[in-house]
Write a protein that binds this ligand. Structure first.
Ligand SMILES: C[S@@+](CC[C@H](N)C(=O)[O-])C[C@H]1O[C@@H](n2cnc3c(N)ncnc32)[C@H](O)[C@@H]1O
Length: 247
């Protein structure tokens, strides 16, 4: 008689213990996931900053290194700066100063953090606003730079809007060239897929002509090699650029 009772009891006990174990396991998993998420958030926070700026492993790693290589002693303007990748690298490489322009307060907050993390914030000035206006105002105030980076967002994602985009690129490049002192360098980019490299070069040629600034083509630029362009998938080419020098 005792047996069935005892067996029921032990079965109930076993069920309870399985239930307890399951909830314990669930709780453990929940805590574990939270810890994991926290660790990932913290790690990504650190990594994204170091990847973006200190270790330069973002999309434009090679272009940032190129700009940094030219930066020593120069007065830099980083227009459309986002998180300040170009400026940070240039300042770390010895640029005398950097003015960072972006229309996004969030982007500038990231830039400020990155500059500070890299210990170069004292040589940087951050300005929030439309870069089209910013470039015009700088020119009106007679400001001059010896290194300018123009890295705007895509001005078009549509083929039928290339003409309007071209006007935008011409405008900012013309302004940037006028801001450069002789010997100054402009690294200028377009990530509008429909603005092909030849067209972008043509736009910059017209900008230099209208600005009446003698300009030398130092090199053509593209995305870093870890973002290869697949010949049969033309959309994989997302960045074209030029390195220009005012002579
Ligand atoms: C392609 S991202 C720049 C990337 C950055 N140079 C880097 O190295 O990571 C374009 C940036 O332009 C900013 N932007 C977009 N329109 C703008 C405007 N009219 N004036 C100023 N900044 C603008 C965006 O907020 C964004 O941060």
């Amino acid at each position: 008689m005792a047996c069935p009772v005892s067996s029921n009891t032990s079965l109930a006990g076993a069920r309870r213990s399985v239930a307890v174990n399951a909830s314990f396991l669930k709780a453990l998993l929940a805590v574990g996931s939270l810890v994991l998420i926290a660790v990932l958030v913290v790690s990504f926070g650190v990594i994204s900053r170091t990847i973006d700026v200190a270790r330069s492993q973002r999309l434009e790693r090679e272009n940032r290194a190129l700009v940094a290589g030219l930066a020593r002693g120069r007065r830099m303007l980083d227009a459309f700066c986002y998180a300040g990748g170009f400026a940070c690298h240039a300042l770390l490489a010895g640029a005398a100063s950097a003015l960072l322009l972006d229309s996004s307060a969030d982007a500038l907050a990231q830039a400020r953090r990155n500059l500070s993390l890299n210990g170069v914030e004292e040589r940087a000035t951050l300005r929030e606003g439309n870069a089209f206006d910013g470039l015009r105002e700088l020119q009106a105030r007679g400001e001059r730079f010896s290194l300018v980076v123009l890295d705007p967002p895509p001005f078009t994602r549509r083929k039928d809007a290339v003409e309007a985009a071209a006007r935008g690129y011409k405008e900012i490049n013309l302004r940037a060239l006028r801001l450069l002192e002789p010997g100054g360098v402009l690294a200028t980019f377009s990530c509008s897929h429909h603005v092909a490299p030849a067209l972008f070069e043509d736009i910059c040629r017209q900008a230099a002509g209208d600005a009446a600034v003698p300009t030398r083509l130092l090199s053509t630029l593209t995305q870093s090699r870890d973002h290869p362009v697949l010949l049969n998938v033309p959309e994989t080419r997302y960045l074209t650029g030029l390195l220009l020098e005012v002579v």
